[in-house]
Write a protein that binds this ligand. Structure first.
Ligand code: ATP
Length: 344
């Protein structure tokens, strides 16, 4: 893998707008709009760095994850890997791209071909990428990796089919497979949310340890703030397709600046044992990312909104080194904070 001291991934103003299906009302077709699932996201990722992405359901986390590994192509914007456009890299050589960029999904039971044994699933990846001189060599390598990852002895698992393993065992295989080629970066999209609570910490530790040992950068997508805090170097908070705050993990989670981040954190389990926190209620569901208007997307639900917030989407400002927020007002700034409905 080429060594690079700069960022390994650069994401610049990436958007993914889906066409909304036009519906008809008494025979009259309604004009279709665009669903702005991801609406101008920019960030960089250093070698081996872990960026956690948090936000409510529907804010665009999974779409962003798919864009990063080119399972969706952006409507506009660029994603560069080691200075090369990922679109260009994928076009030049899909194998070269897949070697560098991998994704793990939420449900390991949907990930594999149910007709193939674990041995075939793992060795096929190596064979496809020309790793190992023979099947035996590839099998030995897979066995070693499995045992390092806690699936020991490997022979007890290699000749089983996916449905013969538990969700946790299968997710370990999924993580192992995506890390077999030591990718430059990995997207983990809610990798533990479908697993039994008792094994989640083990899976997270495995994922974290593998990324650290291979210097693989990761985008860790989750709505679980506690896990994200544990695994991430930096955290980005997403709302209606946009990052509203990004910075070093403890900085964002302990000194949240955006009203949405503060509400999100206040409604999650306390970050510190025995800690008490005020609960900030925001009413309503997040609106659909259609017809978003020129102002702040959080305006309608914001408890510290001001009239001008409706007119222009706020630019990012730097609060402390590496900590940026898309709200001009600091947490103590609000003129008329009323905890509860912005409309009430
Ligand atoms: N293929 C698609 N066509 C149309 N709209 C889509 C498509 N994929 C996602 N969307 C819409 O884009 C928005 C973001 O969806 P996405 O799944 O990325 O959010 P999410 O934050 O990952 O949510 P969750 O946590 O529930 O998985 C949603 O409004 C969703 O309905």
């Amino acid at each position: 893998m080429p060594h690079n001291n700069g960022p390994v991934v650069v994401v610049e103003d990436v958007k993914k707008h889906f066409k909304q299906r036009g519906s008809s009302f008494f025979g009259r077709a309604k004009k279709a709009g665009a669903i702005k699932s991801v609406d101008g996201v920019s960030f960089t990722l250093g070698q081996g760095e872990v960026l956690g992405v948090i936000g409510e359901s529907g804010c665009g986390k999974s779409t962003l994850g798919k864009l990063l590994v080119q399972l969706e192509s952006p409507t506009s914007g660029e994603i560069d890997i080691l200075g090369e456009s990922s679109r260009g890299m994928l076009k030049r050589s899909p194998l070269a791209f897949r070697r560098q960029a991998q994704i793990i999904f939420q449900n390991p039971f949907d990930t594999f071909d149910p007709r193939h044994t674990i041995a075939r699933i793992l060795t096929d990846t190596l064979r496809l990428h020309g790793v190992g001189g023979s099947h035996e060599e590839r099998l030995t390598l897979c066995g070693q990796r499995m045992e390092e990852a806690g699936l020991a002895p490997a022979r007890d698992y290699l000749y089983r089919f996916p449905h013969e393993l538990s969700g946790g065992q299968l997710q370990r295989i999924s993580i192992l497979r995506s890390m077999l080629l030591d990718p430059l970066f990995l997207v983990a999209d809610e990798p533990i949310s479908m697993l039994d609570v008792s094994i989640r910490a083990d899976i997270i530790n495995m994922l974290s340890e593998l990324c650290r040992s291979r210097n693989t950068a990761m985008v860790f997508i989750s709505h679980d703030i506690t896990t994200t805090r544990y695994i991430s170097d930096r955290v980005a908070v997403m709302y209606l397709g946009r990052f509203v705050e990004i910075g070093p993990t403890d900085e964002v989670l302990h000194r949240p600046q955006h009203p949405y981040t503060r509400a999100l954190i206040s409604n999650s389990a306390p970050l510190d044992a025995g800690g008490e926190q005020e609960i900030i209620r925001i009413d309503g569901e997040p609106p659909t990312p259609v017809n978003t208007g020129p102002g702040c997307y959080f305006y309608d639900r914001c408890y510290q909104r001001r009239e001008e917030c409706r007119l222009h989407y706020p630019a990012f400002r730097t609060v402390s080194p590496g900590h940026q927020v898309a709200c001009p007002y600091s947490s103590g700034d609000s003129e008329s904070v009323s905890v509860g409905s912005a409309g009430g």
